[in-house]
Design a binder for this molecule. Structure first.
Ligand SMILES: Nc1nc2c(ncn2[C@@H]2O[C@H](COP(=O)(O)OP(=O)(O)O)[C@@H](O)[C@H]2O)c(=O)[nH]1
Ligand SMILES: [Mg+2]
Length: 353
């Protein structure tokens, strides 16, 4: 199962491309397209609510393994730049740059654009990504794009298989009631393997549930491995108790406050004590206040763009997380909204000593 996020600025051809890669399914601030043929399954997520909000962008990227960054013939804009920062902050490993609407552009112009984009992407996770010109009007490049997606998908499947033995975690992206069945969630197995009849917790609410049944692409399954997009019927919980971003897990902790070992983006403004930031972890988000910043073991008022620091944040919303999670910080008042990323865990305790 290959899961891709289709991202980019406004009018970059995202929605048209997504519509050519599968059948439209669930639509909220993301739109999900499904394709399944001769054992190949593709889930494409169009972050429709972006650039208005960054949440759908983070959601689409977290639910996928491969990003397609769409760039129209008019070239990159501020949101292309923001998407690159987002991919970099997330440490996103797999993706390609899709030069859309290639039928309205010349070969020479496409080459020139690739050259200037490579300069922008230097030093980011996109550094070695491939550039694929595509037209959804003439279908030029479409077969090649699909082949590249599926060969990248095969690599991702191998990587996901290595996560099968970890304690299971499922991130929830949709929840609804099905008459006669009850609470059904859609989500992705981020690690581990889940089985029907498994007893787990829904967090951060702390509800003990049982997985009644599992479906993958509308087909019943007894278990689902890491990387699978699943539909789960849950026993002992109502849809009203569950929200997008909640996690089904037995290992997650829940808190409202964090101390993070952060790396700030060089494409953001500095952060200061007292700033209100938005924290993203998986599909969850929470507003938090910067209470303290420490650089090289000293408490300071602010930390410069591009620097490393330990940041203490307080909030009032419960967030479920695990030790290995990558936290993303954003300032919604800025033009380029992604501020930095960080981890909590043993590294913090060390630096606070
Ligand atoms: N000529 C041409 N037009 C395209 C192509 N892809 C998208 N468009 C047009 O470009 C506009 C923006 O596309 P859309 O998919 O809505 O972009 P989005 O805002 O990124 O979702 C629409 O009018 C599309 O019909 C293409 O490959 N060739
Ligand atoms: Mg669109």
């Amino acid at each position: 199962m290959t899961k891709i996020a289709i991202i980019g600025g406004q009018q970059s051809g995202r929605t048209t491309l997504a519509s050519k890669l599968g059948k439209k399914g669930n639509v909220t601030d993301i739109a999900i397209y499904d394709f399944s043929k001769s054992g190949r399954t593709l889930v494409s997520i169009d972050a429709t609510g972006y650039p208005k909000s960054i949440k759908p962008l983070v959601t689409a990227l977290n639910l996928s393994d491969i990003a397609l960054l769409c760039i129209p013939p008019s070239g990159p804009d501020i949101h292309t730049g923001e998407c690159i920062v987002a991919l970099d902050m997330l440490g996103y490993r797999h993706g390609m740059v899709v030069l859309t609407m290639s039928d309205t552009s010349h070969h020479h112009a496409l080459e020139e654009m690739e050259g200037s984009l490579r300069k922008i992407a230097a030093g980011t996770v996109l550094e070695d990504w491939e550039y694929v010109p595509v037209s959804t009007s003439t279908f030029d490049g479409m077969e090649e794009l699909k082949e590249r997606i599926f060969s990248m998908g095969a690599q991702v499947d191998l990587e996901n298989a290595e996560l099968n033995e970890l304690p299971p975690r499922v991130v929830i992206d949709h929840v609804f009631n099905v008459t006669g069945i009850g609470c059904v969630i859609l989500g992705v197995v981020m690690q581990g393997t889940i089985h029907a009849k498994d007893r787990m917790s829904v967090l951060p609410v702390g509800r003990q549930i049982e997985i009644r049944s599992i479906q993958m692409h509308d087909v019943d399954a007894k278990s689902a491995p890491a990387g699978a997009r699943v539909g789960l019927a849950l026993k002992n919980v109502q849809p009203k108790d569950v929200e997008r971003g909640f996690v089904i897990s037995n290992i997650d902790a829940v808190t409202t406050d964090f101390t993070l070992n952060c790396t700030l983006s060089k494409f953001a403004k500095r952060i200061s004590v007292g700033d209100m930031l938005h924290l993203f972890v998986g599909l969850q988000t929470a507003p938090l206040r910067v209470e303290g910043i420490m650089v090289d073991g000293e408490y300071v008022d602010h930390a410069a763009a591009g620097s490393s620091c330990v940041v203490t944040l307080t909030g009032s919303k419960n967030v479920a997380y695990s030790e290995s999670d990558r936290f993303i910080l954003a300032n919604l008042d800025e033009k380029q909204r992604f501020v930095g990323y960080g981890f909590c865990g043993s590294a913090i305790t060390e630096s606070l000593r």
